[in-house]
Design a binder for this molecule. Structure first.
Ligand SMILES: Cc1ncc(COP(=O)(O)O)c(C=O)c1O
Length: 481
């Protein structure tokens, strides 16, 4: 029997999917890999004739849906991702059907710019910063550093996006704690990974401005072209916030592009207890933030902000294409949706086809408002402080950092065990295998640390306590064994 793809019936299918998702989130999570026998036999030859939508969705709900990651479970505290909330998922799903591209004059695309403005305001960026969405912090950093490259080379008399970089020595300054996507961006932009200067950090894991100054002075003296200083507002490892004012001032003094990677932590400034640590953010020439981290958007949305999108245009323009420009209103006076592209986001980044992502951010901010987001951020910061206090007060635990934001780091002190790093690594794995709590790790000052990151909107205080007690109990069992 030949089947054609289903083109309507969203209501029933979405309602069924919603019920399935709710029921899976509501259950104690199962580990997908430990159940892989249940899903590995999804492997079958490519169907010649399809089974139709009902059978397909049944298989999706029964044999695929239960075996995902447990990132929407309250016990997921790993890395910097968690399951999304309802509003942005529904917004994204609606957009994917009703306005699949972020081009053309539609309400969805109107929200693209509005939500970028809201996001810039939420994060207290300098007024006038303009944005563009992309898929995540990796691309958002790439886009920002593309603008930095354009700025630095143009000032040195060469248009790098037109003629390419010319092999002269260049430098991108960032701390030893920077996310690796800074180095990857340097590689992709033709600057080379070796252009990365890893500036030393202080005892709070923050870039040391004097060390930065030193490196810049040496580079300039030896003819190296500085491209950018990339500071972090919330490092991935510990949530440290670099001293933005001092770094920004050094950048201005030397005329170097100042980038702030706030993929995770930019919204952290909403917590009044740490707002002062963001002093100097307004000096940034570019900044990024990922709504798919702390704002609870589904994975696939980040924003890059710059003062001047013309620089992004110069860097990323794809040049006019007959099949696109030819179908627009000739004199720029559009009278219907497809007679104009709208804001030319495709010229400001690396994507042409892409969904309107702003509608997700709009939905989050509309639902929560500034105060709702602030409440989330403060609750999560409190969780990190609570876990750290627990570790400080427990005789068998040792905090490794004092949290700036919502990341805690600590380790189990096992008496008589020489290799505490190996012990804590094993503890992390066992604690994960034997509970709903998925935690990841990091290294702080050369020491292996267990690292819960609290950005999961479903996590409650009782989960934090249960997680900490479970870790201790697991460590105790390991010692007794
Ligand atoms: C500070 C920082 N920058 C960039 C990234 C990369 O973001 P993404 O994973 O969304 O590409 C991360 C990811 O955790 C991050 O923490």
């Amino acid at each position: 029997m030949n089947k054609s793809a289903s083109t309507d019936g969203f209501a029933a299918a979405l309602s069924q999917a919603g019920q399935r998702i709710d029921s899976i989130i509501g259950e104690e999570p199962i580990d997908a890999y430990s159940q892989h026998a249940e899903w590995s036999d999804l492997a079958e030859p490519l169907p010649t004739t399809g089974v139709g939508i009902e059978a397909t969705l049944k298989e999706l709900h029964e044999r695929v849906a239960p075996y995902g990651t447990n990132q929407s479970d309250p016990g997921f505290l790993g890395w910097i991702t968690s399951g999304p909330t309802v509003a942005p998922v529904i917004a994204a799903t609606t957009a994917s059907v009703l306005s699949p591209q972020k081009y053309g004059l539609t309400a969805f695309n109107f929200l693209e710019e509005l939500s970028l403005e809201w996001l810039a305001e939420l994060c207290s960026l300098d007024s006038g910063m303009k944005g563009v969405y992309s898929t995540g912090g990796s691309v958002a950093n790439l886009v920002a550093l593309g603008a930095a490259r354009q700025f630095a080379f143009t000032n040195a008399g060469l248009d790098p996006s037109a003629v390419g970089v010319d092999g002269r020595p260049v430098a991108v300054y960032t701390s030893t704690e920077a996310h690796h996507t800074i180095a990857r961006s340097a590689a992709v932009l033709g600057l080379g990974r070796r252009s990365i200067r890893s500036v030393a950090i202080d005892e709070r894991q923050r870039m040391i401005p004097a060390a930065l100054e030193d490196m810049i002075a040496k580079d300039i003296a030896s003819g190296v072209l500085p491209i950018a200083i990339a500071a972090a507002a919330g490092t991935t490892n510990t949530g440290a916030i670099d001293p933005l004012r001092e770094i920004g001032t050094i950048a201005s003094k030397h005329g170097i592009w100042f980038h702030v990677d706030g993929a995770y932590g930019l919204v952290g400034s909403l917590d009044e207890r740490v707002t002062d640590r963001y002093d100097g953010l307004k000096l940034a020439d570019s900044a990024i933030v990922d709504p798919h981290k702390w704002l609870g958007a589904p994975v696939g949305v980040a924003a890059t902000f710059v003062r001047d999108r013309a620089l992004l245009f110069d860097t990323f323009t794809q040049e006019p294409a007959d099949y696109l420009e030819g179908s627009l209103a000739a004199d720029g006076t559009a009278q219907s949706t497809f007679e104009a592209m709208g804001t030319p986001y495709s010229e400001f980044g690396v994507e042409l086809s892409s969904p309107p992502r702003g509608v997700q951010v709009w939905a989050i901010l509309k639902e929560l408002g500034i105060e709702g987001v602030r409440h989330r951020v403060k609750t999560d910061n409190d969780f990190a402080r609570r876990a750290t206090r627990f570790a400080a007060e427990h005789p068998k635990l040792e905090p490794l950092t004092e949290p700036e934001l919502s990341i805690a780091t600590f380790r189990y002190l096992a008496p008589g065990i020489d290799d505490l790093d190996a012990f804590n690594h094993e503890l992390m794995l066992r604690a994960r295998r034997t509970s709903r709590y998925t935690v990841s790790s990091t290294v702080v000052n050369g020491v292996f640390g267990i690292r819960p990151c609290f950005i999961n909107v479903r996590t409650k205080t009782e989960h934090v306590d249960e997680f900490m007690n479970h870790l201790v109990a697991t460590g105790d069992e390991m010692l007794e064994a």
